[in-house]
Structures are given as structure tokens and as C-alpha cells.
Design a protein around this ligand. Sequence first.
Ligand SMILES: Cc1cc2nc3c(=O)[nH]c(=O)nc-3n(C[C@H](O)[C@H](O)[C@H](O)COP(=O)(O)OP(=O)(O)OC[C@H]3O[C@@H](n4cnc5c(N)ncnc54)[C@H](O)[C@@H]3O)c2cc1C
Length: 496
Amino acid sequence: MSTPEHDDPLTDVETIVVGAGFAGVGLGIQLVRAGRTSFVILERADDVGGTWRDNTYPGVACDVPSHLYSFSFHPKADWSRVFSPGAEIWQYLRDAARDEGVLPHVRLGADMRTCRWDPQARRWIVHTSSGTYTGRFLVLAAGHLADEKLPDIPGVESFPGDLFHSARWRHDRPLAGKRVGVVGSGASAIQIVPSIVDDVSELVIFQRSAPWLMPRRDRAYSDAEKRMFQRDPASRVSVRTEWFWNLEFNYAARRRLEPFFSGAKAVARAHLASQVPDPDLRHKLTPDYELGCKRVLISSDFYPAVAKDNVTLEPSALSRVDGSSAISAAGNSYELDTLVFATGFEAADPPFAANVYGKDGRSLAEHWAGGMHALQSAGVPGFPNMFIINGPNTGLGHNSVVYMIESQLRYVLGAMDYADQHALATLEPDAGAERTYLAEVRQRSEGTVWLEGGCRSWYVDPGSGELTIIWPDFAHVFRDRNSVFEPSGYAVTGAY
Ligand SMILES: Cc1cc2nc3c(=O)[nH]c(=O)nc-3n(C[C@H](O)[C@H](O)[C@H](O)COP(=O)(O)OP(=O)(O)OC[C@H]3O[C@@H](n4cnc5c(N)ncnc54)[C@H](O)[C@@H]3O)c2cc1C
């Protein structure tokens, strides 16, 4: 079934993937390798890369070491640093998509507008900004940090200067000599601040709550190390494995297990004390919630940057704007030329969900009105032959999201193989099986710092108060639990 809207030879395919970040490109690689070459990857932007294409702000880098924050099945020996800059990660994804034969399947500038299950044809119909596609399977790999969140600040439209989100950095608006306000003190802000502090004339940080910060043990890899990783793949695997298990230890602190919890707090407090001698500033930078409740950040240059003479740490949120005055919740007013919103993403409520309609015509957003959920974090009752990668309960606060994505790729490929082996037309998660899975997730969540750490974070659904973003256990437990497709949780129809 082809449509007259475009001359794409691949309009009726086995698999339609939405999104070309780590998840979409990773799935593309596995589909090609499995010989399942009837697929398209629909990407609204003009290149692959997802997070790493969009976030180009000064200082952007991963905070999970690159040898781990990359595909195990497409390794790179010559990462420049332990924590590589964003541009290098973006280039890695572009190279991987090209080298693995994924690019011919990618449709750029194809913004998914609606996905509808056609119960008669038992296929998905996907309308995009550049044409319509039909497919047997739909895989949503649209990310949960892909749509930036701009807080509703009264008067912001009256601001005469430049104003942009950290994920849409305006490189055409140099900050040299400007009075700049950075709104937020999360993962992006702590990378931006040290990178711009010496260029700007004044810098005001609007900090609603102080982050927990650990030292960043970054360094460049030497040429000798890169050669070793190239010549001896076992050395690369061993670095990756070592990092993985080191980071798994951090989960023990999120469960508030001793001595890991106290030990982690002691490291963070010592880091603050050693980098910020001024007691007033140190007080402002001391978190008022438990370690791990919000993402624990790593930086060795944020505190020294905040201590510089041209920086003001405003210990309250930006509450309104009046012309060029940015006024904090505490009532302090600052005259600024530029406002940078490092305010995060629409994580709990992903916009794509409003446009995906299941077999009873209800949207995924309606289905998720009480918060995101899915069987084995991948399949949704009422949405046959559909899988989500990096969706509900897959986020991590302590290890590599790419590891989680790879676990889910195995699951999705497993489901496809099962459908083929049994000549099935549809696979649909059973609501009872999903309830059992969610009860298990809830039980794992109990006692974690995310629910009981005394903070408000994007990991928790604001409506239900449930932990819907994060996987509340060790990453390897997710792989054990969720990388194998379990047919018993699915209702099936035959005769494909
Ligand atoms: C600044 C930053 C730093 C991070 N650092 C780390 C880190 O160090 N370690 C870690 O584990 N995680 C990190 N993360 C989390 C990161 O998002 C994930 O690790 C990973 O990149 C997610 O990949 P993804 O493919 O699931 O989503 P994305 O990379 O967000 O890709 C989703 C893609 O879907 C596309 N899309 C969305 N909607 C549509 C639509 N309607 N139609 C067509 N296309 C659509 C988007 O344009 C995007 O290209 C970071 C996130 C950010 C924002």
C-alpha cells in the first residue's frame, strides 16, 4: 500500500520506528543485523542523534563514561575523554547509523503527527509531516528528554533580550560581555555555568534547590590508551565492565543502604567544603533533601565557577519578568541581557503520547492520564504490536541509559521473532499481566530515595505521585527482568 504523498519506496513496511536517537539508531542496527530490513525510522529533525543533536550548549558532555555510554555492539576505541563532549557523542551516533547501514532507512524531517491502529488491516497507520507509512509493528523511540520544558513565567514576553532553552542553544547570540541569567541548577546548568562564566560580564543563577554534586573524575585518554583499546578489544570491554559495576554500587545509595548512603553523602559534602570556603555560599549550595532524590550531578568546576566575583547565586526560583528585570521568588531583581532556561524536559508527560491511538480509539495520553505505565516497561494494553523504548520505568539515576536501551532492543527483537515463529498477526499486552508487573515495580520503589527523599523531582509523576520514569532497582536487574519477551503476558491473534 503506497501513498501518493511521496515517492518513498518504503511506505508499507514491517516496522515503523519513531525517533532516531540512541534508541532508534540502536534498533535500526539490530534490525539490519537480523535481516529485518523492511523498516523506516521517522525523525522530525534534520539529522539523527536525538539528545546529542539537540543539546549543543557550552560544556555539554555525558556524565556516564563514554566507554559505557555507547553501544556494546558498536564500540569506539578512541573516545577522547572519560566523559566525552556532546559533539563527539553525536558524531558517534551519526557514524554508527552510516556504518551499520541504518541511514537508508531514516526519514529526516518526518514529524510523526498521528499513529493509529487499524483493527481491520491489523496494521499501524502513521501520518507524518512528509507522508504516510503503514506497518505491522510500531516502535516508539521518541525519547523522554526530547521536548524541552519552559516554565510559565509571568511577564516573560516583555523581556527585550535573548531568551532560549538550553536544548535550543542560540550559537548566533554570543554571550561575551552580557549580563546572563541561567534559570535552573540541574544537569545542564552545572555544565553551562563553568563554560560561560569567564565570557559574560555578570551571571545570575536562579536556583530553586541546590543539587548534590560529586567530583567529576574526567581526563583525556592518551594516544597509547586509545591504541590499546583499538588493538586489544578485551581491554575496552574490561573498562566498560568495570565502570558498569562501579556505577551499579550507586544504586545501593538510592535504596538508602548503609554504609553506601552515608558514604556517598560524605564524599559530596567534602567536595562542597573543599571547593567553597565561604560559609554563606556553602550554605546556599547545601541540598535540603536526601542524596539521589534528584539526579546526583558530577562536576569539578561548577562550585569554583559559582564562587567567582561576577556570579550571583540566587537561592530561589525565577518567578516573574518585567522588561529586562528578572525577579526571583525571594523578591530580588536583576537587570539582564540574556535568559537561558536550563529547566529540563517534558519527561513524565511525553507529547508524542497525545498522538498515538490504540484499538479502541483512545490516545496513549488518555490511557496514561494517571501516569505512564507499560508491561515489562515496553508494551501497553490496547495498543497491539507496539513497543516503547526508553519509556515508562526505564530511566536511571545511577548508570547508563544505553544499557537499558540495549536490554529493550533484545525484548523488541524477541517479540518480533516470537510473532514470526507462531505466524501471529497481533501481540497485545494483557492488562492483568501489566498490573502484576506494575505492582512489582511499585514494590521495588518502596523505600527508595526517589519517593522518600524529600524532594520534588521529574522522576515522579506529578499527578499520581508514582515513580513512572525511573527503574527503581539495579540496571542489571532490569536486564534480567525485561530483556526477554515473555509471551505469557500477551494476548495473540494468529494468521499473519
Ligand atoms: C543534556 C543531556 C545529557 C544526558 N546525559 C546522559 C548521560 O550522560 N548518561 C545517560 O545515561 N543518559 C544521559 N541523558 C539521557 C539521554 O536522553 C539518554 O541517554 C538517551 O540519549 C536517550 O535516547 P533516546 O533515543 O531514547 O531519546 P532521544 O535521544 O531523545 O531521541 C528521541 C528522538 O525522537 C525524535 N522525536 C520525538 N518526537 C518525534 C515525533 N513526533 N516525530 C518524529 N521524531 C520524533 C526526537 O527528535 C529525537 O531525535 C542525557 C540527556 C540530556 C538531555
